[in-house]
Design a protein around this ligand. Structure first.
Ligand SMILES: Cc1cc2nc3c(=O)[nH]c(=O)nc-3n(C[C@H](O)[C@H](O)[C@H](O)COP(=O)(O)OP(=O)(O)OC[C@H]3O[C@@H](n4cnc5c(N)ncnc54)[C@H](O)[C@@H]3O)c2cc1C
Length: 369
């Protein structure tokens, strides 16, 4: 029996999940390895933090989907891949053999700046972590005015700040002092119009933005900046960007400059053609891609086609990332910021559009449960 093994049930494996029954029907053994039964949809993560969505509205029950399709769900994590013996070793020490392997194990926020065991520091990934952050904010901000420092200058820092503001406002707690330590600048990679809109909204809400300085050390009680300045806080959130999981490096596989699995235009590892990958865990060799769910979602049909084609000796399809994509930030308070190419607008309509798109995406794949 030919064996397909899938590592992680993330955003790039959704179509594989939707077609597992077909693979099982064709007589293949299909196994999905994931550390927990649920996969959280990151696009709605900040909304969950802000209280717009309940956790169960933003997650897929991957375990249920896999079992319903007649495939095997292994609740564990892939600790190492042995590409020569074609095995995946699990955290438990067991191993699984594969003929074709596809990896969608995602990324993590580096915590090199944080001292070990500091429970006052929260990372924006895994998305589940935002549930604990929410509980902690409610607990602490009910008693007194706290200070929350958000480290990072990208969209997730802005979304987290805006949704903390929404959370506290709707729960009637004491509004914390929210500070974004934005490094080079908040949304410095975006156009002036987008940046100015976000900054002016944050200012209206008295969210402070510190630009031109990077954090060097972060703890739950304070941040030390590159210039040696100290910034006291009660909670810190790391939104400093992500890095692919260490699985490939730990396995001694070749890795790209970001530590991701290097893949060619077929989403295939050239050194080991039976290994494929998608989403944040890969380094797309033809052109490095930003770590965005948009690309993971676009890779779905290609990954589905190619893992089966490789197994059956058929021709592979190339992945074409596409130039433009739609982004809508959820800035909290029912306000969104829409951007596609030259078109940018902010306000309630932008948020409603995001909410509609995200709920539709969830409904499509939750129907598999
Ligand atoms: C707060 C926030 C908001 C975002 N909003 C957007 C947005 O609106 N639009 C957008 O395009 N992008 C957004 N992004 C970026 C987006 O989150 C990522 O690009 C996306 O999550 C990548 O999907 P993925 O499936 O590759 O990885 P992940 O979402 O990280 O999923 C990986 C999965 O693999 C599992 N896994 C990890 N390690 C192992 C292992 N060793 N063995 C087995 N399984 C494993 C994990 O449990 C997880 O379920 C946002 C990011 C953040 C942090």
């Amino acid at each position: 029996m030919k064996k397909l093994v899938f590592v992680g049930g993330g955003h790039a494996h959704m179509e594989i999940l939707a077609n597992l029954d077909r693979m099982v029907g064709q007589g293949y053994s299909a196994v999905l390895i994931a550390p927990g039964p649920y996969h959280y949809y990151s696009g709605m993560g900040p909304g969950m933090l802000g209280g717009t969505y309940r956790p169960d509205q933003i997650r897929f029950n991957t375990g249920k989907i896999v079992r319903k399709a007649g495939a095997v769900f292994v609740r564990d994590y892939a600790a190492r891949i042995d590409p020569d013996r074609k095995r995946v070793y699990l955290g438990s020490g067991d191993w699984l053999a594969y003929d074709v392997l596809s990896c969608n194990a995602g990324s993590q926020v580096p915590v090199d700046m944080v001292s070990k065991g500091d429970d006052g520091v929260f990372t924006v990934k895994p998305i589940e972590r935002l549930r604990q952050l929410q509980a902690e904010i409610i607990l602490r901000a009910s008693a007194r005015r706290i200070r929350i420092a958000i480290v990072g200058g990208g969209p997730s820092a802005a979304e987290i700040a805006g949704n903390i503001w929404q959370l506290v406002k709707t729960r009637g707690a004491k509004m914390p002092e929210i500070v974004i330590l934005a490094g080079k600048g908040l949304l410095s990679h975006f156009g002036r119009g987008i940046r100015q809109r976000v900054i002016s909204l944050m200012r209206q809400r008295k969210i402070r933005i510190e630009e031109g300085e990077y954090a060097r050390a972060v703890s739950g009680t304070g941040i030390t900046t590159g210039s040696g300045r100290s910034l006291a806080c009660d909670l810190a959130v790391l939104a400093t960007g992500v890095r692919p999981v260490s699985l490939f490096r730990d396995s001694g596989l070749p890795v790209g400059p970001d530590g991701g699995l290097p893949v060619n235009r077929f989403l295939q590892c050239a050194a080991y053609p039976d290994i494929f990958g998608g989403g944040d865990c890969i380094y797309f060799e033809p052109m490095p891609l930003p770590k965005l769910g948009v690309y993971a979602v676009r890779q779905n049909p290609v990954l589905l086609h190619n893992v089966l084609a490789q197994l059956e000796g058929r021709r592979l399809k190339p992945f074409v990332p596409g130039k433009r994509y739609l982004t809508i930030f959820n800035l909290g308070g029912g306000i969104g910021l829409f951007n596609r190419g030259k078109l940018t607008f902010g306000g309630r309509l932008a948020f409603r559009l995001k909410d509609f798109i995200d709920r539709r995406f969830m409904a499509r794949y939750r129907a598999l449960e």
